[in-house]
Design a protein around this ligand. Structure first.
Ligand code: PMP
Length: 431
């Protein structure tokens, strides 16, 4: 597709000003000037269907969130060292939804990013247990801080892992038989706990994203994580659910991904959609787990939980609940998966369709028997859909898994538009 000279100049300026670490989406990068609901608009007012943005859960520029942010910014924006009602009201609104021990006596601590929330969770886990070891999945992403980058092998081979970080393989439901998955995974975790005890001072925490997004989007089996949490606790560690991707209704009516697994975590971290784009993130932690840390360590976060962030978070939570968006995520997500399942009959390069709620993974393979990943085909689909004004991306080590994760206000009509373009493109590519 065409690229105008002005956009080309902006890309060159961007490269010079922002440097090499800044990546753009798509072979033909998009210039975006405005968003509304599930749509983005470029400099010419052309509309794009956003089937990718999981930060704006309630939709781009939702008027109620915009109004809440603007009204609070006009009144006051200060930190958490004054007594203020809205932060208490938000905590009371959200804590009961965590279930189990967290709902009974949990605390919520506010940060600005998911990385910071995970960083804090790990510091609390290490303080609590007196140990350093952390177990993650093999393609995990948990953040961009020094500590969390060390828990993020998906940053690439040259990005060092922390010294006491151990990896377990991804629970790949496409390649590992269902009936062996749970015992197999438990054995992997146990082996790494043994290794940490042998070579270090043992296990502080197991942390995972319950939709395994950077690993390649794996939703199942839902009986996987509860026995892992039991094992981790038996061996003296804590279980941290990283809900930055799976939380806030993204994975459906359970609202939190771990609740679909029936786990009662020691800590939960969240971010991304929490303020519908306004930076706000948090850690929810059992009171007994954080008691010693709270006593021994001075903790303060200048912007975490500021009054404007809380206003954005409250409006977002109210909308998610009132508009029953987690239920919509289940309904429309299943509709998209059923649509791809129909396409799979005609296009066997669609190897697997998975996910839960509005988190859809479609794995592209060279052929369904060898199941060999086809990252080149996935890239052609991502770029081809972009040229058809439908925005998605790809994930996994081989970047061969289409990643479809629209705002939760996506309708079945929007899904039809996505599926029609996917079908036409697959026909074109099959030539
Ligand atoms: N955990 C997971 C599972 C994530 O996907 C991300 C962000 N992609 C983070 C943590 C880090 O969040 P942030 O970018 O807000 O620091």
């Amino acid at each position: 597709a065409e690229r105008d000279g002005e956009t080309g100049d902006m890309i060159a300026r961007r490269m010079r000003l922002l440097g090499p670490a800044y990546r753009l989406f798509y072979e033909n990068p998009l210039r975006i000037e405005r968003g509304s609901g599930v749509f983005l608009y470029d400099q010419n007012g052309e509309e794009y269907l956003d089937a990718y943005n999981n930060v704006v859960g309630v939709g781009h520029a939702h008027p109620r969130v915009v109004e809440a942010i603007a009204a609070q910014a006009a009144r006051l924006c200060t930190h958490t060292r004054y007594v203020q009602e809205p932060i208490l009201r938000y905590a009371e609104a959200i804590l009961p939804g965590f279930g189990g021990q967290l709902a009974a006596d949990g605390h919520i601590m506010f940060t600005c990013t998911g990385s910071e929330a995970n960083d804090l969770a790990l510091r609390i886990a290490q303080h609590r247990t007196g140990r350093n070891g952390v177990i993650i999945t093999s393609e995990a992403y948990h953040g961009n801080s020094f500590l969390t980058a060390g828990l993020s092998p998906s940053l690439g081979r040259r990005s060092p892992l922390g010294q006491w970080v151990r990896q377990v393989p991804t629970p790949d439901s496409y390649r590992i038989p269902r009936d062996t998955m749970v015992p197999w995974f438990l054995e992997q975790v146990e082996r790494q706990i043994d290794d940490l005890e042998r070579h270090g001072n043992g296990l502080a925490a197991f942390i995972c994203d319950s939709i395994f997004s950077s690993d390649g989007i794996y939703d199942a089996p839902a009986d996987l994580l509860a026995p892992v949490a039991d094992l981790v606790r038996r061996r003296g560690g804590v279980f941290i659910a990283d809900e930055v991707q799976a939380g806030f209704g993204r994975t459906g009516r359970a609202f939190w991904g771990y609740r679909r697994h029936g786990v009662d975590p020691d800590m939960v971290t969240m971010g991304k959609p929490m303020g519908n784009g306004f930076p706000v993130a948090a850690l929810v932690v059992r009171s007994d787990i954080v008691a010693g840390f709270g006593r021994d360590i001075r903790y303060f976060n200048t912007f975490g939980g500021n009054a404007v962030a809380i206003a954005a978070a409250q409006a977002t939570l109210d909308i998610l609940r009132e508009e029953k968006l987690p239920e919509n995520a289940d309904r429309v997500g299943d509709y998209i998966r059923a649509g791809f399942a129909r396409l799979q009959g005609r296009f066997p390069v669609i190897g697997d369709i998975r996910g839960v709620g509005l988190y859809v993974g479609v794995e592209m393979v060279t052929d369904p028997v060898s199941r060999e990943p086809d990252g080149a085909l996935a890239a052609r689909i991502v770029n081809g859909l972009r040229d058809r004004h439908v925005l998605i991306s790809a994930t996994g080590v081989h970047a061969n898994i289409l990643k479809i994760r629209p705002p939760l206000v996506f309708t079945t009509g929007d899904a039809d538009r996505l599926l029609l373009h996917a079908e036409a493109l697959l026909e074109e590519l099959a030539g």
